[in-house]
Design a binder for this molecule. Sequence first.
Ligand code: IPM
Ligand code: MN
Length: 376
Amino acid sequence: MAQYKIPVIPGDGIGPEIVAEGKKVLDTAGEVYGFDIDWTRYPHGAEHYLETGELMSEDTLKELSGYDAIYLGSIGDPRIPPGVLEQGILLTTRFYFDQYINLRPVKLLKGVATPLKDKGPEDIDFVVVRENTEDLYIGVGGHASAGRSHGTAEIVRNLYQVKFDLDVETDADEIAYQIGLISRQGSERVIKYAFELASDPSRKQHLSSVDKANVMTDIYGFWREVFTSVADGYPDIETDFNFVDAICMWFVKNPEWFDVVVTPNMFGDIITDLGAMIQGGLGLAPGGNINPDGVSMFEPIHGSAPKHKGLNKVNPIATIWAGAMLIEELGERDAAQAIIGAIEANLADGKVKTYDLGGSAGTSDVGDDIARRLSA
Ligand code: IPM
Ligand code: MN
């Protein structure tokens, strides 16, 4: 019997409750499909940070590199300023393991209502491949004002003066900036991954690229250039370029146009929340942070929803679905398909559903129902 060791970071807020259901369903899938998961819990999150001062240490990351895949609940806590946990735990882990693909299916499952009028499951079925290591997420920026600065603010202060003929000290008292970076290697690898995905016989052989090459000509013009050169190797895949503002409109108006969408990091963050809404809500949207040759990490794309913590109220489906993606990455394709099938059966039946879908079932009821359908 296949044996997998999977570290799990339940995290903050509703994280522990949703992860418990994901584990339950994966364990059941293991019984049915003949594998066994040995879970190792990691305490990282707000509480652990407040107690020990550790966000995500080098030692923990080294330990985690001994595994194939990490299962993550959610990170974020109102007691801690925004950005500290997100950067210190989530982004640190994504970057350390070079999880350069953020794979986010946008699929309306049967039985789920979409806010889009006259659209159904046959119209909303695409996948967003979000670059996950570069762009505006590299963490290079600064903030300067007369008498105080941090980051490489001096350089920007000078640039600002050259460009606008303004003296920061006197004319403009405060500036802040954040730099985005796209590298050839970094964009090429994710664009290639997206082309491979679009080439899968199960897909429609269509890849859409997202940018803002009409304004940020340097970085997104370069993204386009790299996309075009990778496209030469895939003559059978139909391609198109979309400005990010326009693709927000098309996701709402004509979601059926899309099959695989590849995007730089920042735009990918934004358009996948939109994607989550058209597939029925954040409670249904999973994501994978993937390094095809390394350690990947799977999580729901929603946050820690602190106000719902401990109430056995929120929808665990995004996390259960992320679990299906995890087990698929480990090679258990049948089990992954069966979990998604059981989620669909739960939703189509519509009896055991959480408040976000108009029901009153608890988080654990939904996990139980999906696990039961899997073993039936
Ligand atoms: C996401 C989240 C993260 C991101 C935050 C929490 C750092 O919004 O996974 O989409 O911006 O990538
Ligand atoms: Mn996001």
